[in-house]
Structures are given as C-alpha cells and as structure tokens.
Design a protein around this ligand. Structure first.
Ligand code: BTN
Length: 270
C-alpha cells in the first residue's frame, strides 16, 4: 500500500479511536486528526469561518509551524504531544476568560492523568511542573469575513505528554513533559478524551456564570511575587499584586505606581 494511504488510514483510525471514548456533548465533536499540518489553529479557523459548530477540534501528530503566544514557535516531534485547537463561539463578555477557563481545565486534566504531578498555573497561560512548562494555551480571535458574519475563537492547547524535552536543546531548560517528570508514557487517545472532558466541564462553568476568575486567582503562582515583566519593548520589575476582571496582571512598581499588564511575560524573581 502506498505511504499516503497508510497515513490516511492511521489518521482515520486515530480519529475514530478518540471518538469512541469521548464522553462529551460537543467538545471534540467532530474530532479531526491530522498526521501533520502547519498549525491546527489555521485548520480550525478555516472550519470556523465556514460555519462549523462549536466544539469542533483538530488534533495533529506534528505541526511544521506550531505557534505560541507572542509569535513564538511551539515545537513538537511526531506523535509525542497533544496538539489541538478547538472551535468556540463564546458570548462577547466571555472571550477574555477563555484563557482562564482553559488553564483551569488543563490543570485539572494533568491532575486526572496523574494526581501526584505538582502542576501549577503561571500568569497568563503557562501550565508548569516544578517551574518548567508542560502545556501552553493560545487563544486567537478570527474576525468575520465574507464567508462568515461572526467572529470565531480558536482555543489552541499544546500539552507535552511524551515529548522528551531534555533532548530538545532549544527548550530543555524551560520545558518539561509528563513523561520527563514521571518516567511514564501516556496514551494519546485517552489524553484527548480526558482533555475534552475537562474542557467541556470548565467551559460549561464559564457559560453558566461560575466564578472562574476567583478560582484562577487563587491558583496563580504569580501573585504575591516579585516579577520581571517583559511586554514588547517594555521591561520592568514589580510586585504582582492581583489580576483584574479581564485577567490582566496588576503590578506595583517600586515608586508605587500600578501597571495593568495585558499581554507579555512575567518571570518570577522571588
Ligand atoms: C503558548 O504557550 O505560547 C501557547 C502554545 C500553544 C500551542 C498549541 S499546539 C496546538 C495549537 N496549534 C498551534 O500552532 N498552537 C497551538
């Protein structure tokens, strides 16, 4: 059989295995799995703009141009990570809380896979194990165009499940994986099913008005610490006091002035 056909069959097999174990009502329905793609974000944006319904998800074994926040690259090796984007059609006032909802869902997902993993959340979107990143979240809003009269939101998540980050020099000092921490291999199919379940639970909480901001605030390891903020051109040191209603980080500088950081990084200094 030619290689292309084998790949197609493997892809369909993977999608149908995930479909079989899905317990969700709409997250991951349908689930489309691609062996390789540039970025699952673009795949889902396309489906979204052509009218697909909320919950559609595209997963990939490998991304040739996987991207993270602030135009960073998101690295993968074949079949080692969860690389997934989910189509959401949130109400306008929920858009800024999608990243909060996803962080809580990812934290709960990691705990469900292994309750002994000391997982934490660092502002704004990093899921860490002992200070190293195990998962990241990218929320992109795609404006309406001539094929769609509504904006769509694409929620992308990368989870280093079996990726051996110690072998990837670009990220070995800042990233880890569940495999690196536990020494165990995790089943990717079960991983997708469990992630979608947690995502639906937390997205339903968001829709029904549960106070996710307070839950997130309590869990953020960033608050109460001295941080170095890098926000585009700007860089400054301050004390991370709180987060506001939209999830921006409120940082007090030495001179007492307060600064709301909307995007950017907060490196923990103490
Ligand atoms: C970050 O931490 O900066 C966000 C990383 C998001 C990576 C995921 S992997 C699936 C989806 N497709 C992408 O190109 N990026 C997101």
């Amino acid at each position: 059989m030619d290689e292309y056909l084998i790949e197609r069959i493997e892809m369909l097999d993977f999608s149908s295995s995930v479909n079989k174990i899905l317990t969700t009502k709409y997250i991951g329905r349908p689930f489309i799995y691609m062996d390789t793609t540039e970025s699952t974000q673009d795949e889902v944006a396309r489906y979204g703009l052509s009218g697909a319904s909320e919950g559609l998800a595209v997963g990939a074994g490998y991304q040739s141009r996987g991207r993270g926040r602030l135009d960073r690259e998101w690295l993968s090796t074949k079949g080692a990570s969860i690389l997934v984007s989910v189509l959401l059609r949130p109400e306008e006032h929920h858009v800024s809380h999608i990243v909060i909802m996803a962080a809580l869902a990812l934290e709960s997902f990691v705990k469900e896979l292994d309750e002994n993993v000391p997982v934490s959340i660092k502002w704004p979107n990093d899921i860490l194990i002992e200070g190293k990143k195990v998962a990241g979240i990218l929320v992109e809003r795609i404006p309406a165009n001539n094929t769609s009269d509504k904006d769509v939101v694409v929620l992308g998540m990368g989870v280093n499940l079996n990726l051996d980050t110690s072998k990837i020099s670009e990220i070995s000092s800042i990233s880890t994986s569940l495999y690196n921490f536990t020494g165990k291999q995790f089943d990717l199919i079960n991983g997708y099913g469990t992630l979608f379940k947690n995502l639906e639970i937390y997205y339903e909480h968001l829709k029904t008005g549960t106070d996710l901001l307070s839950q997130w605030r309590q869990k953020l390891i960033t608050l109460g610490r001295t941080v170095k903020i890098t926000d585009g051109e700007e860089e400054f040191i301050g004390f991370a006091e709180n987060v506001d209603e939209t999830g921006s980080l409120i940082v007090r500088r030495k001179d007492g002035t307060k600064f709301n950081v909307i995007a950017g990084d907060a490196h923990l200094l103490s």
